[in-house]
Design a protein around this ligand. Structure first.
Ligand SMILES: O=C(CO)COP(=O)(O)O
Length: 168
């Protein structure tokens, strides 16, 4: 799965502690982050992370572009609710897009921990269905049957609700 990490300045230590705690799980996934958050995680762990720009310089929007292409499976975004950010519109836009595309988002450690356990036990398998429906996979006939755990999401992703080449 594609997992992205973002943390505001006062939440960066919390993010590092969180990622260290679940490092062995995150090793199995493809990781992305805004610039400073990603740099700090890489300094403090052995994880490889694709780093975007720093948040205020466009990093949130770059992650938003992944969401808009339905390429992101999980966003862990430790926001600082007590400090106004100069790039608030970018933050709102990123979270809005996650709701548009139904991407699981954690904005605090308590929720992040629940989602990480869900990731570990296979509750994200419905995302494989979405990946199979990407235009490139359809064009190159890379579609193979996907085993998914039955969840409300898999039920919701009936043929009628699946993204198509036209809708992407
Ligand atoms: O500001 C951010 C997200 O809105 C985080 O960006 P950095 O990881 O570059 O500090």
């Amino acid at each position: 799965m594609n997992v992205a990490f973002v943390a505001h300045d006062h939440k960066k230590d919390e993010m590092i502690q969180f990622v260290i705690a679940y490092q062995s799980l995150f090793e199995k996934h493809t990781l992305f982050a805004t610039g400073t958050t990603g740099g700090l995680i890489m300094t403090n762990t052995n994880l490889d992370i694709v780093r975007f720009m720093s948040g205020p310089l466009g990093g949130d929007q770059q992650i938003g572009a992944m969401v808009a292409k339905n390429e992101l499976d999980l966003l862990i975004f430790f926001r600082d609710p007590l400090v106004a950010q100069p790039h608030e519109p970018d933050i709102t836009a990123l979270l809005r897009l996650c709701d548009v595309y139904g991407i699981p988002v954690a904005t605090n450690m308590a929720t992040a921990e629940l989602l990480v356990h869900a990731l570990e036990r296979g509750d994200f398998s419905w995302r494989e269905v979405i990946h199979q429906c990407r235009p490139t996979n359809i064009a190159h006939r890379k579609i193979k049957p996907v085993e998914t755990k039955v969840t409300a999401q898999t039920e919701y992703l009936s043929d009628a609700n699946l993204p198509t080449a036209e809708s992407q």
